[in-house]
Design a protein around this ligand. Structure first.
Ligand code: MG
Length: 376
């Protein structure tokens, strides 16, 4: 197989379950390319530039935002997709869309909005990403949302409760039948985890919340650090960190490609349907490297995401989300006109959903400004 050839187990638009509303084909682009382009042109995608990954946007210009995170996920996803002869445009589309439903202030915002929505069906950013592309984007005259292909939507919905799955119809089916998504979706999910583990190390070091000596204990980081130090003894810290991180990414991505190749060879799927009915995912790192990856994730959880400096930001962010939610629930007139009329047509749970959609769509700085404007 040449590099650009697609395998029989890759997603194929001619065998796709298609779009919810049928559209004439594009003259120049494939259907998944078109999905990727719709995502890039969406309002929700542009907003990612002002949404927190780990550090709040205004804490520094060099930290990752949700937008640069999504681009790094897509870069890793595309590399692996090409190496495994998967559908590259579909992989890219899923990677770019995977965080569209994220609230302002990262996980702190999502957790608080979920708490506010308890009793109204909860809030889950992953499900919200699907809601953005299915319903909330208002750009096209003929349909709500972006009317994406089934496989793109399947990939965006990474996990889902049985109750939500039942309400979602076709795209929720696999959670009830315990089936897998296509390989492109499996890949986008892992590319996400690889990207954040690595860039959070970089951002954490940059912010001074992590140290090289602390990270040296990590099986993914330590050996790479020693190699770079030995080869370039006089290297300044900034370049040293990059040299270590590029080696870490290379190690994990290479392992992912090789191990997945072995899995595919053993399972020998003849189509995406075989992939879907295989008992378990096929796109996986080897056990060894996966254990190192998880250890690093745990380390970041303990030392970066739960750092005292981060927790202070978390408390402030949660208060902003909680207080905005309460204000809008009590007084829908304080919502912008289009959300206000939507909310007034609904019962209490429907109103809460409209408020959650509005808050989830906010960027960090817009949420801060709204909070200041309304609550002083
Ligand atoms: Mg992500």
């Amino acid at each position: 197989m040449t590099v650009s050839e697609r395998a029989q187990y890759a997603a194929d638009e001619t065998a796709s379950r298609g779009r919810r509303i049928t559209e004439p084909p594009s003259r120049y682009r494939g259907e998944y390319q078109r999905d990727r382009d719709r995502i890039i042109h969406s309002t929700a995608f542009r907003r990612l530039v002002y949404k927190t990954q780990v550090f709040v946007n205004h804490e520094g210009d060099l930290y990752r935002t949700r937008l640069t995170h999504s681009l790094e996920v897509a870069q890793i996803g595309r590399t692996v997709a090409v190496a495994l002869h998967l559908n590259e445009p579909l992989t890219e589309a899923i990677c770019l869309a995977h965080d569209l439903g994220h609230t302002p202030f990262g996980h702190a915002g999502q957790d608080e909005l979920n708490a506010c929505m308890r009793g109204f069906g909860g809030f889950e950013h992953n499900l919200q990403s699907l809601r953005v592309v299915d319903e909330l984007e208002t750009k096209y005259a003929d349909f709500p949302g972006l009317n994406l292909m089934f496989e793109t939507r399947e990939g965006i919905l990474k996990h889902c409760s049985a109750r939500n799955a039942r309400a979602l119809g076709d795209v929720g089916e696999r959670f009830l039948l315990r089936r897998q998504p296509g390989l492109e979706a499996q890949l986008a999910n892992i590319a996400d985890a690889i990207a954040y583990n690595n860039h959070d190390v970089d951002d954490g070091l940059r912010a001074g919340l992590l140290s090289l000596e602390q990270l040296r204990e990590q099986a993914l980081f330590g050996p790479q650090l020693d190699v770079v130090r030995e080869r370039y003894p006089d290297l300044d810290d900034r370049r040293l960190i990059y040299e270590v991180i590029r080696r870490m990414i290379d190690k994990v991505v290479t392992d992912l490609i090789e191990n997945t190749r072995r899995n595919i060879e053993a399972a020998n799927p003849a189509s995406i349907e075989d992939v879907r009915s295989h008992d378990g995912p096929l796109v996986l790192m080897s056990e060894d490297v996966y254990a190192q990856h998880v250890a690093l994730k745990r380390f970041l959880n303990k030392h970066l995401y739960s750092h005292e400096k981060k927790l202070e930001m978390t408390r402030r962010a949660k208060a902003i989300v909680r207080e905005l939610f309460a204000v809008f629930m009590n007084d829908t007139a304080s919502l912008p006109q289009e959300f206000c009329s939507l909310a007034e047509a609904e019962d209490e749970a429907g109103k809460a959903r409209v408020v959650a959609d509005y808050i989830a769509g906010m960027t960090d700085r817009y949420a801060i400004a709204e909070h200041k404007r309304i609550l002083g």
